[in-house]
Design a protein. Structure first.
Ligand SMILES: C[S@@+](CC[C@H](N)C(=O)[O-])C[C@H]1O[C@@H](n2cnc3c(N)ncnc32)[C@H](O)[C@@H]1O
Length: 225
């Protein structure tokens, strides 16, 4: 993962406060300690007898090395996985389809949205896309440009954006920094908002995260999926 110098942290924090947003309220997110992204990935694989896996952003293979499927591809321009490319370059050349795609690459809205849309094109019909880091609890954790090591980025904006489409069924599960769950099905609760996604701020997320991201808890997740 990208290292942040002390200078960059200070510069980006001041830049963000002056030119992007200054909002100091925090959300009290306490994610369950006994259920992780790996648990969710394995839950889907087992329940649906999935055979193929694609991970975007692998870092030290914390998850990738633990996926027990013969067909697995991990894409990362810097470390981990088995394809040394950016997600954009990978999708330009890829011809394979996958049952489960886990998106955890560059946590910046436009990149995540592109990763999701590209993934939709390479997802088997009964497959699922999981998106990590959808629920930041402070402005620091979501700030772009980044100034904290613990960073979710503004991944949540990609979910809000796509929740306005009629052809995708999307929930966000309240586990492990928030996991977006996307299926190629009719949207049973299309989000309607009057702001453009790029104009949304952390204050909008703070006040509207339940509706914007259609958050469900673990019990609800297991009933729905
Ligand atoms: C948060 S880490 C991934 C962690 C891992 N998936 C896990 O679950 O622990 C994000 C990774 O995304 C990678 N990354 C950054 N830009 C990327 C891009 N354009 N395409 C694919 N991966 C990217 C980084 O190199 C980093 O390893």
């Amino acid at each position: 993962m990208e290292k942040l110098s002390k200078f960059k942290k200070i510069f980006n924090r001041i830049y963000h406060q002056l030119f992007v947003e200054n909002f100091d309220k925090k959300l009290n997110f306490e994610f369950p300690k006994d259920y992780s992204r790996l648990d969710m990935i394995n839950y889907f694989i087992k329940k649906n007898d999935y055979k193929s896996y694609l991970e975007i952003g692998c870092d030290k293979n914390q998850i990738f090395s633990q996926i027990d499927l013969n067909k697995k591809i991990g894409v990362d321009p810097y470390s981990g996985g088995n394809v040394r490319k950016s997600s954009d370059d990978f999708f330009k050349e890829n011809t394979e389809k996958f049952d489960l795609i886990f998106i955890d690459g560059l946590h910046v809205y436009k990149q995540v949205k592109r990763d999701i849309i590209n993934s939709i094109n390479f997802l088997n019909n009964e497959g699922v896309i999981l998106v990590h880091d959808c629920l930041p609890d402070t402005i620091g954790k979501q700030a772009v440009p980044r100034y904290k090591m613990q960073w979710n980025g503004d991944v949540w904006k990609a979910i809000v954006d796509l929740r306005q489409r009629d052809d995708l069924e999307i929930h966000t599960c309240f586990v492990d920094q928030g996991i977006g769950i996307i299926k190629k099905e009719n949207n049973s609760s299309t989000l309607k908002i009057d702001k453009k996604t790029q104009d949304l701020k952390f204050s909008d997320f703070y006040h509207n995260h339940n509706e914007y991201l259609r958050i469900i808890n673990l019990d609800e997740f297991k009933k729905i999926y």
